[in-house]
Ligand binder design. Structure first.
Ligand code: NAD
Ligand code: UDP
Length: 325
């Protein structure tokens, strides 16, 4: 463990795809703070220039506007490729959701992963894939361990995301086994925090936006479905530790504190002082919406010495000012 973490002291040139996104921009900040050089890559399909504007003057940051689904031409050596680029919201009501970007989502997960692994192979660099808890689909095992193989509908509205990420994991393992690429896979569970797009359609931005406008919070279905929400700083710490480790199989990173969507709505209303309550919109709960989700983080605890520190209440209080702005 100590030897693995010491690796972080070395400066690396890192290609980070999805750098203008919510998680990518936070990860860019962390990599730069650790003294690395970051080459951000993004096509802004769901990201936002504003997320990286503060890095414009940073001599260790450069940016390439590029769609990772197309061949990636990088001329100077890269030590590490971190592949975050993918539309990530499941909400069909949001124009940025993967149900509205189905082909782009499949291409970012499949062709984008192939192209970024190609960069890693060309430069003999390390590689980290941002995968997802959606690998487990609507899980029949609870909480979800990395060994669980999932309950995924290959044709439903979420399939473009789930299957692209499952393919991306398989491709990453194939490059690891066949081409000896030094790879990592992080399975990210629901994460929230500053720099999420307010119109992204995911539940926390939706609820915070509705609360700011004094509107009732929209619960899809009966609201008894659960999620486990991780504050972004905790997630970034976990991913950085995994990046610096020697572990090749997938690792769950998320906060195991499970909460129903109904309880989440009540908490948001309490923290924002929103008097308008909740409204049920049964018809908006689409098929394949997982009923329960909770990461088992035993593996991350043991190999990375990591666990989240921020409660949902604390994390929401840190996020609310971003939405007020
Ligand atoms: P995001 O939409 O904010 O960021 C994704 C970024 O990738 C955006 O800047 C977007 O413009 C860029 N992008 C998408 N397709 C691209 C392409 N073809 N070429 C270049 N850039 C492209 O989403 P996020 O929440 O920051 O998600 C980042 C990664 O983490 C994604 O791979 C997502 O699947 C994964 N993830 C996120 C969560 C979460 O709760 N936020 C959960 C599980 C997995
Ligand atoms: N959801 C909701 N109201 C909203 C947005 C989402 O009740 O305004 C529900 C959604 O149906 C799902 C859960 O909240 O059951 C989490 O949705 P999100 O889109 O944030 O992410 P998911 O975990 O489904 O990928």
């Amino acid at each position: 463990m100590d030897d693995q973490i010491k690796e972080s002291e070395a400066t690396m040139r890192i290609l980070l795809t999805g750098a203008a996104g919510f998680l990518g921009s936070h990860f860019a900040d962390r990599l730069l703070a650790e003294g690395h050089m970051v080459i951000g890559m993004d096509n802004f399909i769901t990201g936002n220039r504003e997320n990286i504007v503060h890095l414009n003057e940073n001599p260790n940051f450069s940016f390439i506007f590029h769609d990772v689904s197309n061949f990636i031409q990088v001329t100077s050596p890269i030590d590490y490729v971190v592949h975050f680029a993918s539309p990530a919201s499941p909400n069909p009501a949001s124009p940025l959701g993967y149900p509205n970007l189905p082909i782009q989502t499949l291409k970012a997960g499949a062709l984008g992963t192939h192209n970024t692994l190609g960069v890693a192979r060309a430069f003999k660099s390390k590689f980290l894939l941002a995968s997802t808890s959606e690998i487990y689909g609507d899980p029949l095992e609870h909480p979800q361990k990395e060994t669980y193989r999932g309950n995924v509908d290959p044709l439903g509205p979420r399939s473009v995301y789930d299957e692209a990420k499952r393919f991306a994991e398989a491709l990453t393992m194939a490059y690891h086994r066949f081409h000896n690429i030094d790879t990592r896979i992080v399975r990210i569970f629901n994460t929230y925090g500053p720099r999420m797009r307010i119109d992204d359609g995911r539940v926390i931005p939706n609820f915070l936006l509705q609360a700011m406008h004094g509107e009732p919070l929209t619960i899809y279905g009966d609201g008894y479905q659960t999620r486990s929400f991780c504050y972004v700083d905790d997630l970034i710490e976990g991913i950085y530790r995994l990046m610096m480790s020697d572990y090749h199989a997938p690792v769950n990173i998320g906060n195991p504190a499970e909460i129903s969507i109904r309880e989440l709505a009540n908490l948001v209303n309490e923290l924002t002082g929103n008097p308008s309550g909740i409204i049920e919109q049964a018809e908006k709960r689409h098929s394949n919406d997982p009923q329960r989700r909770q990461p088992d983080i035993t593996l991350a605890r043991s190999i990375l010495g990591w666990e989240p520190k921020t409660s949902l209440r604390e994390g929401l209080l840190l996020t609310i000012p971003h939405f007020k702005k």
